[in-house]
Write a protein that binds this ligand. Structure first.
Ligand code: SAM
Length: 256
């Protein structure tokens, strides 16, 4: 999935909703930030976390914000325009334009699952991380990303089509081994899972439903089937039997 145009706009709505805010809180708690730290946010999107990090750092600190989507970076530049301690990179996770050992912290939120060669990308972030530096990643267990309330066969059709939206469905399960082989220790996982049973105005479930629906159409599911799925979810919500679950996992580790 490319986060340009409609998908990017929808992703930013999710990032500004409860789902994004609670994730950023968990990340900021997990990072032991010092004023002079150099921190890279890989797949920074529209820069919500970048702004929080820039605020937390002093003049000697710096946030490197990397993303391959110019649409996302443009939003990030606007969001962070009053912070001179941010450097933006239009680039990919597997080729970071920084020297070896140049960061105290590597962080990434829901980006590595979109990187085809995730091993190469993790090796690249390890290259730029100083020994003793910390790695904090949030990725989703996509098998548990699910809407409830629509008829089962139709619901499965839509969710099965959505699986193609990223390369790695269950990355948090694989990170422990991958990080250990790169020399990390003290690897811990924290669940940031949530359940939504109603969709109010800025509910992530509302924005994610739009994203799933439009991706399903792009995968060849008919518009009428997708519209029927959405209608059934709306009916389910009216009857008090709608549900949406997501299972983000925050993984922290330290480089030896
Ligand atoms: C779901 S968004 C998350 C954005 C942001 N981290 C947030 O939490 O709001 C995924 C981001 O990963 C970026 N991305 C996709 N492939 C990437 C790659 N190979 N390297 C770095 N970033 C990538 C996308 O452009 C997109 O902005």
């Amino acid at each position: 999935m490319h986060f340009n145009k409609e998908a990017g706009a929808n992703q930013r709505l999710v990032a500004s909703s409860y789902a994004g805010v609670s994730r950023r809180q968990a990340i900021l708690e997990a990072l032991s930030i010092e004023a002079n730290h150099k921190i890279i946010d890989i797949g920074c999107g529209a820069g919500y976390l970048v702004k929080d990090l820039a605020k937390a750092l002093g003049d000697q600190g710096r946030v490197y914000a990397l993303d391959p989507s110019e649409d996302q970076l443009e939003e990030a530049r606007i969001r962070c325009s009053s912070f001179p301690n941010v450097t933006f990179f239009n680039g990919f996770a597997d080729n970071i334009a920084l020297e070896d050992d140049s960061c105290d912290v590597v962080t990434s939120t829901q980006a590595y699952e979109y990187v085809k060669d995730v091993d190469k990308a993790l090796a690249e972030s390890t290259r730029v991380l100083k020994p003793g530096g910390s790695f904090v990643n949030v990725s989703i267990l996509w098998d548990y990303f699910r809407f409830y309330g629509a008829e089962e066969k139709l619901n499965n059709l839509i969710h099965d089509a959505f699986r193609a939206h990223c390369y790695h469905q269950m990355l948090p399960m694989e990170l422990d081994g991958k990080l250990r082989s790169l020399g990390y220790q003290h690897i811990t996982n924290k669940s940031l899972s949530f359940l939504i049973t109603r969709r109010d105005q800025n509910s992530p479930a509302r924005h994610l439903e739009t994203m799933v629906a439009s991706f399903a159409v792009s995968q060849g599911i008919s518009t009428s089937e997708v519209e029927e799925w959405r209608r059934q979810l709306t009916d389910a919500e009216a009857c008090g039997r709608f549900g949406f679950t997501s299972y983000p996992v925050l993984t922290s580790a330290y480089l030896n």
